[in-house]
Design a protein. Structure first.
Length: 390
């Protein structure tokens, strides 16, 4: 490959180092086509994919209804000087499907929408400190103490809150007190959320006057149409949605209670292409397929087969694999040594399966039981090869 792109590729998680531990012979470097749950690399080799564009695709690549809607939007011009009718239509559809999201503001990426949510929380509360749990993007506001290029004053406003530790969460929120603008959290981090932890987040942010923001970028439309909030029965103040809501087209949204969203008029949150209507058309089509086909339930059934199979692999290869973790809809293997995860990804790719060595692997509507069983067989064969070489 050419070195014209700084750092190999503009998406960090698609680098050879991220996928395979480095450039390794026999692994794909770039792709030319995707369809359903399959992709083809620059050499014409075909792979069954469980990375699914880092979870951005739930219906399958090039889903006909979504493709047709996007192509028609391109023919209609794609972008213009006025707000498109589709902006209001998709916003209303999201509210109808997720009633606690009373208003939304559209953006292009999850990281951008997360930054917007935190900005709104700071405007509403007049405070600056943020506690976060999970990965919320690369922008300055959510980087820890060792983030090169981020001003020290910005880093000092952000601190980590541990997942599923109710007592520690209570302690950190109370310690921040009236400096705390927001608690931001992913509802799933390799495991479902503990109800007590969720209750502490809700109760303590309400008590201290902070805004509770759910980062549903990975979970919206996958665990349920309404993401983790619907699946696990919690109600945040603001929700950030991205990835699967447009089946891989670049669209994100921050939404929540009307009085909180009104703060957009007191700051500046805007993007030239936030209202291009190709992605909005894709989102409308995606949401309709999700409802008509009951997509989250189907992902749950297919994912249950995948996760059960991963559990059997962990039992069968205990010297390499520590455990199968996650939920059926988003799961992976944990390894005793990181190098083993990279080796598995390499061996699986050489055998025609793209499998992420860390969080997460995803099923889509385009997967089927036979394909999942075949991929599990490939993973078993790959682990045996690693065992023989180790």
């Amino acid at each position: 490959m050419s070195d014209a792109v700084a750092g190999v590729t503009s998406t960090g998680s698609k680098r050879p180092e991220a996928l395979f531990g480095g450039p390794v012979s026999g692994t794909p470097r770039a792709m030319v086509r995707s369809s359903g749950c399959r992709v083809w690399d620059a050499d014409g080799r075909e792979y069954q994919d469980f990375i699914m564009a880092l979870g951005a695709v739930a219906l399958g690549y090039a889903h006909p209804a979504v493709t047709e809607a996007a192509v028609q939007a391109v023919r209609d011009g794609g972008v213009g000087p006025l707000p498109p009718v589709l902006e209001e239509e998709v916003a209303r559809e999201l509210h109808a499907l997720i009633p606690w999201v009373e208003q939304v503001r559209f953006l292009k990426t999850g990281a951008e929408a997360m930054a917007a949510a935190v900005r709104l929380a700071r405007i509403v509360t007049g405070r600056e400190a943020v506690l976060g749990c999970g990965y919320h993007g690369w922008l300055d506001w959510s980087q820890g103490p060792e983030a090169p290029g981020v001003p020290a004053g910005t880093r000092a406003l952000y601190a980590e809150l541990p997942f599923n530790d109710a007592e520690k969460a209570r302690e950190l929120i109370r310690r921040a007190g009236d400096t705390l603008a927001a608690v931001v959290f992913e509802p799933v981090i390799l495991a479902p959320p503990d109800p007590e932890w969720l209750a502490v987040l809700r109760d303590e942010t309400t008590r201290t006057g902070a805004v509770l923001i759910a980062d549903e970028i990975k979970t919206i439309g996958r665990l349920a149409i309404g993401g983790g909030a619907e699946r696990f029965g919690f109600r945040p103040d603001l929700v950030v949605m991205a990835k699967a809501i447009a089946n891989g087209f670049p669209l994100a949204a921050v939404g929540g209670r009307r009085e909180l969203m009104a703060a957009v008029t007191r700051t500046w949150i805007s993007s030239t292409l936030a209202t291009e209507w190709v992605s909005l058309a894709a989102a409308r089509a995606t949401l309709r397929v999700m409802v008509d086909r009951g997509v989250p339930a189907q992902l749950g059934r297919l994912g249950t087969r995948l996760l059960a199979g991963l559990g059997e692999l962990a039992t069968g290869h205990p010297g390499i694999v520590r455990a199968a973790v996650g939920l059926p809809e988003m799961c992976c293997l944990e390894f005793h040594e990181p190098a083993a995860g990279a080796a598995l990804a390499v061996e699986a790719a050489r055998r025609g399966v793209l499998f992420k060595r860390s969080a997460y692997n995803f099923v889509s509507l385009a997967h089927d039981q036979a394909g999942i069983d075949g991929a599990l067989g490939v993973l078993d064969e790959s682990l045996r090869a690693i065992g023989r070489s180790g």
